[in-house]
Design a protein around this ligand. Structure first.
Ligand code: GLU
Length: 516
């Protein structure tokens, strides 16, 4: 690309960013970095009615956590600032005035009641989506229908009015989308969108086009939900005589529910028990705290890798684990997918597990020791290391080192008895009693020796390992899953392991659920 790539991520601070928004930010960032361009953060905060305290900081914190650093933005400044639209309000009136003068936009004096009445009328006439357009504008109160003098008088008197774009009656609007190819839209399907509201604030359409022009945006990369707005933007570029400066449009595929149909929603994600926000969000109105990917133990580099492949794939395929540098090098608009993508949360967890495994051992051990310290539990560094080694194959999140490691230090207080249903019986009880006696006499309490003693006893009774293993595990740890049992016992130590077996068997013997 000969021109310097300039892209922008333009969220409205109306609440926490959705994970799809983070993907948009990431693709913008990747394209900018790949071409040594500029990644701009622009806050589209002109809609005061939708202002949510904390949302702007949330966006900044999210990008920082993920290392998606803006080159220009509200905090870092830059040559085309300010980067908050609320601070750019003085810029827009001149553009809208140009449009009105050229007859491409007009004053609309309709009250909310009149607008509602128009919609009712159209609905009654079975118009599927009532619009303010080339036909309906004819019977509304605007500078196209009212006599010139009256318009002047109203403006003079300060009668509240919006300014709307004048969409041509029957025209095909064409634009090229880098993902979808040529898009053609009949102007008759478009609304005469408000460009400037009665209170003088610009709407998204106007502000976004003017700012993309002034900020010399080369590519508009955003979610597919903005595709229907694009014909209006294209018209604005044409009306303003800025077609030459029009950026390339890149609309990213929708994120779908894990089942693959329907748009991913917050409700859906809650229902399936996975986060939809990158980091925790505390609702300023209700005080509700909603944990994000970060709080659930996702590592930023894993989430980044996962998101990058959610709608894009590198040439050559196959390789999934890609560092930030590799993603930057491989990224290209041509390989962005057209079809919606399922958010497969299992895949996100898989990425996390891979990145967790790749961390230096000392860092993984720290996940455990930090928790041990917090709970005032004594340990030796060697013990902590051994436990982490046992757990690391299974650990998906940093907190798993504690969740799956605490049993080494604390005997279970509760037992997952129901999973032993059908497994606990007299024969099992007897062989484990016998085993305890043998374990007491072992000189070298190490996994291979422990294993041999059990194997011998089972063999003599023609029993299988799987008959006793779950019982041993629950007795030792209280739960049904965990690392290799014999190694677990070795790390636990002879006395502790025996004590827990005795205690566990006594519990199972008493458990009503397991009555034999
Ligand atoms: N403010 C819009 C949003 O909230 C920006 C859409 C665009 O990128 O043009 O996503």
């Amino acid at each position: 690309m000969s021109q310097t790539v300039r892209v922008r991520f333009a969220p409205s601070p109306t609440g926490p960013l959705h994970i799809g928004g983070v993907r948009t930010a990431l693709y913008n960032y990747l394209l900018a970095k790949k071409h040594q361009g500029r990644f701009i953060l622009r806050l589209e905060d002109t809609d005061q009615a939708r202002f949510v305290p904390g949302a702007e900081q949330y966006i900044i914190d999210t990008l920082q956590w993920l290392g998606i650093a803006a080159d220009e933005g509200p905090s870092q400044g830059g040559p085309q600032g300010p980067y908050r639209q609320s601070a750019r309000k003085k810029i827009y009136p001149a553009y809208v005035a140009r449009l009105v003068e050229a007859g491409k936009a007009y004053y609309a004096f309709d009250t909310p009641q009149e607008l509602a009445a128009m919609r009712d009328r159209l609905q009654a006439a079975r118009v599927a989506s009532p619009q303010y357009n080339a036909i309906s504008r004819e019977w509304m109160k605007n500078s196209l229908t009212l006599p010139q003098q009256e318009v002047a008088a109203r403006l003079e008197a300060g009668v509240p009015h919006a300014i709307r774009i004048k969409v041509p009656h029957q025209k095909t609007i064409r634009f090229y989308d880098q993902v979808r190819g040529w898009v053609r839209v009949q102007s008759a399907t478009l609304d005469d969108k408000v460009l400037m509201k009665a209170d003088g604030t610009p709407t998204y359409h106007l502000a976004s086009v003017v700012d993309d022009y002034l900020m010399q945006t080369t590519h508009v990369i955003r979610g597919e939900e903005w595709l229907p707005s694009t014909p209006i933007h294209v018209l604005l570029y044409q009306y303003l005589g800025l077609e030459q400066a029009m950026p390339q449009f890149v609309h990213l595929p929708l994120l779908l529910k894990p089942e693959g149909y329907g748009k991913l929603s917050k409700r859906q994600a809650d229902h399936q028990g996975f986060p939809i926000f990158p980091i925790a969000w505390q609702d300023p109105d209700t005080g509700t705290y909603i944990p994000g990917f970060r709080e659930q133990g996702y590592l930023p580099e894993a989430l980044l890798n996962f998101l990058a492949l959610l709608g894009w794939s590198p040439a050559g395929g196959g390789k999934e684990l890609l560092s930030r540098e590799e993603l930057i090098q491989a990224f290209s608009i041509e390989r962005i997918h057209k079809a919606g993508v399922k958010l497969d949360i299992q895949k996100a967890a898989w990425f996390n597990q891979q990145y967790l495994r790749a961390k230096p051992e000392a860092e993984r051990v720290r996940y455990l020791t930090a928790a041990l310290d917090k709970h005032h539990i004594a340990y030796t560094p060697q013990q902590a290391r051994q436990i982490c080694q046992l757990i690391q194959e299974r650990a998906v999140f940093p907190q798993d080192f504690w969740e799956q490691g605490k049993y080494f230090f604390q005997a279970p207080e509760t037992y997952d008895v129901p999973i032993l249903k059908g497994k606990w019986n007299k024969q099992v009880h007897e062989v484990l009693q016998a085993w305890i006696a043998v374990l007491r006499a072992i000189d070298v309490f190490q996994a291979p020796e422990i294993k041999t003693t059990l194997a011998r006893l089972l063999e003599a009774r023609q029993m299988k390992h799987k008959q006793v293993m779950p019982v041993i595990r629950v007795a030792l740890t209280g739960i049904g899953v965990g690392p290799d049992l014999m190694q677990t016992m070795e790390v636990m130590g002879q006395q502790e392991a025996i004590k827990r077996l005795i205690q566990g068997l006594a519990q199972f013997e008493k458990a009503k659920d397991l009555a034999i």
